[in-house]
Design a protein around this ligand. Structure first.
Ligand code: GDP
Ligand code: MG
Length: 181
């Protein structure tokens, strides 16, 4: 149950270079800097108000290390929601984000249950429309095919409001899930 002082954990996953760090930094600082350290995993703490309660959201800009045996278990067991980021200019990164979505739903063991863990599929770099390889409708269709999976496009580079909307949506999904369970 959600009370003042609770902690929730949101993990940002996806291929490299899709803009995971840019999205997280943009959300937390409102700034787009351009270059971000890669090769390290960062967890940030951010206070959010969910249904009247001040909650600490841990936002993890995750690195997937498939060599590490328990990696997926470790993230999946302590996480309330995932943002799965791809680059709209790179179809492989979309396929990868979709495979992560499937893996997460399979891990939670209820691939067809609406009560599953919330996912937000995020098509980033929407400002680079002339290099686009993934149509908006493809992202939408995939999200629709998964239980409790929403979809949004963002430009960490050009729109703070997109990024704010993405995180707002994920927090709202977490809130509705915790309150009804
Ligand atoms: P990560 O490896 O997924 O964490 O990706 P980064 O956040 O480090 O971003 C990779 C590169 O893409 C950097 O050069 C960013 O400046 C750039 N980038 C990130 N988001 C956007 C975006 O929305 N639009 C554009 N044009 N570039 C972006
Ligand atoms: Mg990064």
């Amino acid at each position: 149950n959600l009370t003042n002082g609770s902690t929730i954990r949101v993990v940002v996953l996806g291929g490299s270079n899709v803009g995971k760090s840019a999205l997280v930094v943009r959300f937390l600082t409102r700034r787009f800097i351009g270059e971000y350290l890669s090769g390290i995993e960062m967890t940030y703490q951010h206070e959010v108000n969910l249904a009247g309660n001040w909650v600490t959201a841990e936002i993890c800009d995750a690195l997937i290390n498939k060599e590490e045996k328990n990696y997926f278990k470790d993230i999946y067991n302590n996480t309330e929601a995932f943002l799965l980021v791809y680059n709209v200019c790179n179809h492989d990164s979309f396929d990868y984000a979709c495979s992560l979505a499937q893996e997460i739903k399979a891990y939670h063991g209820k691939p067809n249950s609406g009560s599953d863990i919330p996912l937000l599929l995020v098509g980033n770099k929407s400002d680079l429309d002339h290099f686009r390889e993934v149509k908006q409708t493809e992202g939408e269709a995939f999200a629709k095919s998964m239980p409790l999976c929403h979809f949004i496009e963002t430009s960490a580079a050009e729109s703070y409001s997109d990024v704010e909307r993405a995180f707002g949506l994920i927090f709202a999904l977490v809130r509705s899930r915790i309150r009804t369970s």
